[in-house]
Design a protein around this ligand. Structure first.
Ligand SMILES: [Zn+2]
Length: 107
């Protein structure tokens, strides 16, 4: 995969940007409170099929991309998710982005 190093660099940059928000005690507290109030996964699949999976991740519906702080802290933008559902969801989104990128390269 020749494109990988460049993408990794971008990801690392983003990870550095997000560190202060995700590790802040404010976020830890809000996150814990949110998951206490939303104990079950609220992803599309779990909602659709009535699956009862424990929520342990706070997902941001509109991606903040580690750049938009208002989106990060906006509770209306949060969704309780099971980490497995979250991984699947993130992977699906990344695959969609990859497909678009591939298509762009083909044009
Ligand atoms: Zn789910």
């Amino acid at each position: 995969m020749p494109n990988k190093p460049k993408r990794l660099q971008t990801k690392e940059y983003k990870d550095n940007r997000m560190r202060p928000w995700y590790t802040s005690s404010k976020w830890q507290k809000l996150r814990r409170l949110y998951l206490a109030n939303h104990p079950l996964c609220e992803c599309d699949d779990c909602t659709k099929y009535g699956l009862l999976k424990t929520a342990n991740v706070v997902h941001h519906k509109i991606p903040h991309e580690n750049l938009y702080e208002e989106l990060f802290w906006d509770e209306n933008n949060w969704q309780a998710m099971n980490s497995k559902c979250h991984n699947r969801y993130t992977m699906a989104v990344e695959q969609r982005v990859k497909k678009v990128e591939t298509r762009k390269q083909l044009v």
